[in-house]
Design a protein around this ligand. Structure first.
Ligand SMILES: *[C@@H]1O[C@H](CO)[C@@H](O)[C@H](O)[C@H]1NC(C)=O
Ligand SMILES: *[C@@H]1O[C@H](CO)[C@@H](O)[C@H](O)[C@H]1NC(C)=O
Ligand SMILES: *[C@@H]1O[C@H](CO)[C@@H](O)[C@H](O)[C@H]1NC(C)=O
Ligand SMILES: *[C@@H]1O[C@H](CO)[C@@H](O)[C@H](O)[C@H]1NC(C)=O
Length: 290
């Protein structure tokens, strides 16, 4: 009876140690597997143009190797920020860019193993849309896009530096507003800061128009307010077909022209007149009484 009992205990212990051995071997196998796994390699990172809209999240794409297929085993660090991963393939990871991103290194970790090579994602402003195709001098142009920073953008229209005067950069960097300078004609390319080539988007100015005229007795001049005055522009006062000399642009008030008539208009007032403005042979007429 005692002998049988010891045999039973012996068999149980044997069984137990065998189970431990098996467990150990699996553990060893796991380690071997970990050594066989190649560290991830990051070859390229870029902003995905699909789904790039005026608002909402922006997706970035990482191209490389050895990313596996398990989203929960992968970590992407953009600068110092762990980002949200959208999808994983062995050679491609999609992740969501954090808000207001700045150019940073991108590192990938798979099973905690860091990528042997990293890549840098350069964040440059992207233009997506414009509020208008028709320019109106003195009017606002809104440029919709992504990653606009609160800085002094130089916005060129028709290769004129500071052509469009920067008024506002939105807080989340998805639009900028500028004031359109005086100008005339069509096919004016828009370009920002030289970093963005927007040469395939062109504008046309609306025809010139006078919206108001005031006579300044003190200086004997006429102050014309309107749009698309441009340069050169010719102004004729139809009192006696007198052509006036005009001062423009008035830099802090680009929709205004000051005209200097040859004769003293104060001697004539009140008077009725018409004024003709022509810019690049586009004419506009205005009648008033002063
Ligand atoms: C132009 O934009 C500025 C800045 O966003 C704004 O203050 C102003 O009211 C706008 N003017 C017009 C005419 O829309
Ligand atoms: C803009 O694009 C045009 C046409 O593609 C090219 O000729 C020009 O060099 C580019 N300019 C800049 C500043 O990239
Ligand atoms: C301007 O460029 C965009 C993007 O490359 C293209 O989709 C569009 O057709 C171009 N427009 C013109 C007028 O060339
Ligand atoms: C532009 O100048 C005219 C004439 O001096 C003035 O009446 C008008 O208020 C000015 N407009 C702006 C936006 O400053």
């Amino acid at each position: 009876m005692n002998k049988l009992y010891y045999l039973l205990v012996f068999l149980i212990i044997l069984n137990f140690s065998y189970a431990i051995k098996i467990k150990k071997r699996i553990g060893i196998d796991n380690n071997i597997n970990n050594i066989i796994i190649q560290p991830p390699i990051v070859r390229d990172v870029f902003i995905s143009s699909e789904n790039l809209k005026k608002s909402g999240d922006v997706t970035a794409v990482i191209l490389g190797e050895n990313f596996g297929i398990h989203k929960d085993k992968v970590e992407v660090v953009f600068g110092n920020t762990k980002v949200k991963i959208l999808s994983v393939l062995p050679y491609l990871i999609k992740f969501q860019l954090p808000t207001n991103p700045v150019s940073s290194k991108v590192n990938v970790y798979v099973n905690g193993i860091k990528s042997t090579q990293h890549s840098r994602l350069e964040i440059v402003p992207i233009i997506l849309d414009l509020s208008t195709d028709t320019l109106t001098s003195g009017g606002n142009l809104t440029i919709f896009g992504r990653f606009f920073k609160p800085e002094e953008y130089i916005i060129k229209i028709d290769n004129v530096k500071n052509g469009c005067i920067l008024l506002e950069v939105s807080k989340n960097g998805d639009y900028i507003v500028c004031e359109v300078p005086p100008g005339t004609g069509g096919n004016k390319p828009l370009q920002i800061d030289n970093t963005l080539n927007f040469s395939n988007r062109t504008f046309s100015y609306a025809p010139p128009a006078i919206t108001d005229i005031k006579y300044n007795h003190k200086y004997n001049n006429l102050i014309l307010t309107g749009q698309s005055f441009g340069e050169p522009c010719k102004i004729i006062l139809n009192l006696n077909r007198q052509e006036m000399e005009c001062l423009y642009p008035v830099y802090d008030n680009i929709s205004t022209i000051i005209c200097l008539p040859e004769e003293d208009l104060s001697l004539l007032t009140p008077f009725s007149f018409s004024i003709e403005i022509s810019v690049d042979n586009v004419k506009s007429l205005y009648y008033d009484q002063l």
